[in-house]
Design a protein around this ligand. Sequence first.
Ligand SMILES: *Cc1c(COP(=O)(O)O)cnc(C)c1O
Length: 230
Amino acid sequence: MSIQHNLSEIHQQIADCCQQTNRTLGSVKLLAVSKTKSLAAIEEAIQAGQQAFGENYVQEGVEKIQYFQAKNVNLEWHFIGPLQSNKSRLVAEHFDWIETVDRLKIAARLSQQRPTALAPLNVLIQINISAETSKSGIAANELLPLAEKIVALPNLRLRGLMAIPQDSDDPAVQQQAFSRMQQLFRQLQLALPEQQIDTLSLGMSGDMAMAIKCGSTQVRIGTAIFGARN
Ligand SMILES: *Cc1c(COP(=O)(O)O)cnc(C)c1O
């Protein structure tokens, strides 16, 4: 199936999920996860109207960003992989969003390295919601202290939360993690009423419907758009 076809299927599924859960059409943004995929594949998605892309690897992401910048294509790039501090400058200088902030040290570096000519870097804090040792992210009880410190950094803009819940086909297991994220997101909004906390990044190709049911405002979809990664 073509990328264009896949994108329109996913838009339809998102619209169906919104309708079933009484959510406003357009309240869920689609981030196309293009890691390991070619420039040609991304170009096809752009032709089909896709504007926001997610990348996991700094170098690969920066090359893609620069390629499309040189062609004057206006896109929005999200860094969604684990970030080592020695690569933070590249993220600060090239991306629009980072969704995986999980410690103050990285946030402080990103703020310091963000060129002031650019808009502030949009930040999501990653929560290790299923408490898996293999995954990055902070524990729920660390959220508010970290969020308050991030808000004080001048060149960042805290926008919300991201999580990658434990992989499960069991709707009850999925729902438990997603509902907890929804609660934390509300807590964060209440704790920081002056901030624009509007983004809950939850849901991938396998669990999008449950994520939307639980208030996700952004799903991150790779495989269902571009096909399997090898
Ligand atoms: C790869 C990746 C995705 C996309 O996963 P698919 O199952 O291919 O849709 C989403 N979020 C993150 C953080 C990823 O690393």
